[in-house]
Design a protein. Structure first.
Length: 296
């Protein structure tokens, strides 16, 4: 039976470590990291994400300020708000919850965030820096996946990592991160997508298989080899009338069957999800330290 790679447990450990660091920061430097979270509209999933982020900040001692506006909020107003937050000394990280309403240009908004406060790691300056291996904010989900592997003592160097999915927030940055000539990386990386031919032939070659397709049942037991490490990034809501909410969360991997062959596997929920928020907290602390001139 596979080892369960619990993001929930690791997130708890890392947040305890951060609590200690935050106390030190306050005591020695009088620094309290601050995160601004902006939400436009009333998408229930987005509301629940920002609540979770806010709670996580408050639990460990990061100051968080929520900005919520109705769906008709204008792009110019949003850009003005970002300009103010870019200048604010209390705010070290700015997060704009995606997706934005159609009348707002997502690219323009994300590019308006000062790269030094871009704790989501979506600004092209940070993406470019990541690509060349320079210091930067790493995007939270890929960074969380890397930590989940490393802190479970799973060697990445020299391994064949197969990633299913090439989105700008998961697949592509993750491929770039694991390819770096750096500790915690040095993998041989293959990225699959919907135009990949004979995907099962490729996924069976993986030492580490990371699946971010956003479709349940993307990976079944026939598509993996014995001993593979599997990270399931997918978060899919499937109808379930037995649940209070009317749905349950499932990943992209057929967990029961695949865990019979895998040496380790992350569950959904409780796998990558809690790690994503943890890395957001980490980035916000880093931003505050950098702005105060404090070295790691
Ligand atoms: P996305 O933008 O929809 O991208 C999905 C990618 O998967 C695309 O590149 C697509 O290929 C590929 N794909 C889809 N079905 C495939 C298949 N059957 N075979 C091969 N490739 C396939 O999704 P995303 O934003 O990366 O998110 C992926 C999943 O991760 C979602 O379930 C999302 O909710 C979840 N997620 C979780 C977290 C977390 O914190 N746990 C964070 C982010 C995302 P094409 O490019 O060819 O279309």
């Amino acid at each position: 039976m596979a080892k369960i790679l619990s993001g929930k447990e690791l997130a708890r450990t890392m947040r305890e470590e951060m609590k200690i660091e935050l106390k030190e920061l306050k005591k020695k430097h009088n620094v309290v990291p601050g995160l601004a979270v902006i939400l436009i509209g009333d998408d229930p999933a987005s509301i629940s994400y920002i609540k979770e982020k806010e709670k996580a900040c408050n639990n460990i001692g990061i100051f968080s300020r929520e900005y919520r506006f109705p769906g008709h909020y204008q792009e110019a107003e949003l850009l003005d708000l970002i300009k103010d937050l870019n200048q604010s000394p209390q705010i070290h990280g700015i997060l704009v919850q995606l997706p934005l309403p159609e009348h707002i240009n997502e690219e323009k908004v994300l590019y308006a965030i000062n790269p030094e406060k871009d704790v989501d790691g979506f600004h092209p300056v940070n993406i470019g820096r990541m690509m060349i291996g320079a210091p930067c904010f790493l995007p939270c989900t890929p960074a969380g996946i890397q930590q989940l592997l490393l802190r479970n003592d799973i060697e990445i160097s020299g391994k064949h990592v197969v990633i299913v999915g090439r989105s700008n927030i998961v697949g592509k940055p993750l491929a770039m991160m694991l390819l770096q000539k750096k500790p915690g990386a040095n993998a041989t990386v293959t990225v699959c997508h919907t135009r990949t031919k004979n995907m099962a032939e490729i996924t069976r070659q993986a030492d580490i298989l990371i699946v971010a397709a956003g479709r349940p049942h993307t990976i079944n037991a026939e598509m993996v080899s014995e001993g593979v490490v599997v990270i399931d990034v997918g978060m899919n809501r499937v109808e379930d009338k037995t649940k209070k909410k009317g749905y349950r969360l499932v990943g992209d991997v057929e967990f029961e069957a695949v865990s019979q062959k895998a040496s380790a596997i992350s569950p959904v929920p409780g796998g990558v999800g809690p790690m994503t928020i943890t890395m957001l907290l980490h980035n916000t602390i880093q931003a505050a330290k950098t702005s105060a001139g404090i070295k790691n």
